[in-house]
Design a protein around this ligand. Structure first.
Ligand code: GLA
Length: 393
C-alpha cells in the first residue's frame, strides 16, 4: 500500500516539524465508512450494512512523561496546536476537533481505565471534510486504538466502537447510534458488515460488484441544522415506539415486520410519527433483503433496494433535501447506475451509488453538470474501495 506509506511519511514529517523530532513516534490508521443500506435504523434496533473504506485518518503519536496533551491536525492548520492535559478532560467549543480525541480519553477514564500519561498527536485525514463519511468516528476509534496500544488496556475493537459512541453521546452531545464507530472499528477489506444493532451480532458479507464501483458523491452542503434534526428524528421514533408498546411486546421498531406495523400503526396516531416509524420498519426489512440479494449475486435487486431506501428517506423520514435528492435523481437517469441513495445522517453530506465501471466517467460528468446547474455550486466525486479496520502502520 504505497498510498498509506506516503501518508505515514507525511504525518511523521509534520510531527517532527510541530514537536521537534520524530524519535519513538508510532503511526496509526483508522478508516472512514460508508453505509450501503440501513439508514436511521441503528438507534431503532434494526440492521445496518456499512463498510470501512481505504481512506481515513492517519495519526502520528508519542507518549509523554507528563500529563500534557498536545494535538495538531493537518486538516485544520489554521487552528494550529491545541494544548490541554489529562486533568481537564471537558469539552470546550474552542477546542474544536480536539473534543473528539479528548472525548475518548474521558470515556476511557469513565470506564475505569485511568490514562497514566499524556501524548503528542498529529492527525491527517484523507476523508473529504464534512462529507458524512464519519471523519469524527474515525478519529474516535483511532484515539482508542492508540490508547490501547500505548497502555495495554484490555479492550476489543468492539469495545473501542462502544467507547467511541459513548464519548460522542455523552461528551460531544450527539445522540448517534452505533453504526459509524462499529463499521470503523470492525472493518474488513472487501467486506461490508451486516450488523444487527439490537444485539450487536454481525456477519461479514463479501461485496462482489462484478467490476462495478462504489462512487461517493459529496454534496458539499454543510450540515448545520443537521444535528438537532437528527436528535428530533430519534425522539419521533421513540414516541412512536412508546405508543406501539401499549399493545405490542416489542423492544424497538426493528422488532416489527411490515405486516405487524401496518396492522398496528393506528396506535401511533400522529401522522408524522407514523411516517418516521414506517421508514424505520421498512428500511430494516430492506436491509435484510439487500444482504440476501448480494449474497445471491443479484446486484440489480440490491440496487433497487438502495433506490427504495432513498425514496423512503426522502418522503417518510424527510432527511434528504434538495442537494441529496438532485444527486440521487440525476444518478438514476444514467445508464450503468445499479443503485443510488443518500448515505449517513442526511441533510447534507453525500450519496452512495453503485456504478458499472464503464459508466463512472459519464456519471461524474453528467451528475456533476446537472448538480452545478441546479444547486449553483459543485459536487465532488470519489470512487472508493472497501478497506480494513484500525491498525498500526
Ligand atoms: C449518523 C449516525 C449513525 C446513524 C446514521 C444514520 O451517521 O452517527 O449512528 O444513525 O447517521 O443511519
Amino acid at each position: 500500500m504505497n498510498g498509506s506509506q506516503d501518508m505515514k511519511e507525511k504525518v511523521l514529517q509534520k510531527f517532527a516539524e510541530v514537536f521537534g523530532d520524530r524519535e519513538d513516534v508510532s503511526v496509526y490508521f483508522a478508516p472512514g465508512r460508508v453505509n450501503l443500506i440501513g439508514e436511521h435504523t441503528d438507534y431503532n434496533g434494526g440492521h445496518v450494512f456499512p463498510c470501512a473504506l481505504t481512506i481515513g485518518t492517519y495519526g502520528a503519536a508519542r507518549k509523554r512523561n507528563d500529563r500534557k496533551l498536545r494535538f495538531y491536525s493537518m486538516n485544520f492548520e489554521a487552528i494550529g496546536l491545541i494544548e490541554t492535559d489529562l486533568d481537564d478532560l471537558k469539552p470546550y467549543k474552542e477546542a474544536d476537533w480536539t473534543n473528539y480525541p479528548k472525548g475518548i480519553l474521558w470515556a476511557f477514564e469513565e470506564k475505569g481505565m485511568k490514562i497514566p500519561a499524556g501524548m503528542d498527536l498529529v492527525l491527517y485525514g484523507n476523508i473529504p471534510n464534512g462529507s458524512g463519511l464519519s471523519s469524527s468516528a474515525s478519529i474516535e476509534v483511532l484515539t482508542g486504538y492508540i490508547l490501547k496500544d500505548f497502555f495495554g488496556f484490555d479492550v476489543t475493537n468492539q469495545d473501542l466502537a462502544l467507547i467511541g459512541q459513548f464519548s460522542e453521546n455523552k461528551f460531544n452531545g450527539v445522540n448517534c447510534g452505533i453504526m459509524d464507530q462499529f463499521a470503523i472499528a470492525m472493518g474488513k477489506a472487501g467486506h461490508a458488515i451486516f450488523l444487527d444493532t439490537a444485539d450487536l451480532s454481525c456477519q461479514y458479507a463479501p461485496v462482489r460488484l462484478n467490476g462495478a464501483k462504489i462512487v461517493i458523491s459529496c454534496s458539499n452542503k454543510k450540515r448545520g441544522l443537521g444535528d438537532s434534526k437528527y436528535n428530533e428524528r430519534r425522539s419521533e421514533c421513540e414516541a412512536a415506539l412508546a405508543k406501539l408498546r401499549k399493545e405490542l411486546d416489542i423492544q424497538s421498531l426493528g422488532d416489527l415486520s411490515e405486516a405487524q406495523f401496518e396492522e398496528k400503526k393506528g396506535l401511533i396516531e400522529d401522522p408524522v410519527q407514523v411516517r418516521r416509524a414506517r421508514h424505520a420498519v421498512y428500511e430494516n426489512r430492506r436491509t435484510i433483503q439487500a444482504v440476501e440479494a448480494l449474497d445471491a449475486g443479484d446486484l440489480a435487486q440490491f440496487g433497487k433496494l438502495m433506490n427504495a431506501s432513498h425514496i423512503s428517506l426522502r418522503d417518510d423520514y424527510e432527511v434528504t433535501g434538495k442537494e441529496l435528492d438532485t444527486l440521487v435523481e440525476e444518478a438514476w437517469k444514467i445508464d450503468g447506475v445499479i443503485g443510488s441513495r443518500m448515505t449517513g445522517a442526511g441533510f447534507g453530506g453525500c450519496t452512495v451509488s453503485i456504478v458499472k465501471e464503464e459508466a463512472v466517467e459519464t456519471f461524474i460528468d453528467k451528475v456533476g453538470a446537472a448538480y452545478l446547474d441546479k444547486i449553483g455550486y459543485s459536487a465532488d466525486f470519489y470512487a472508493v474501495e472497501i478497506g480494513g479496520g484500525p491498525c498500526r502502520l
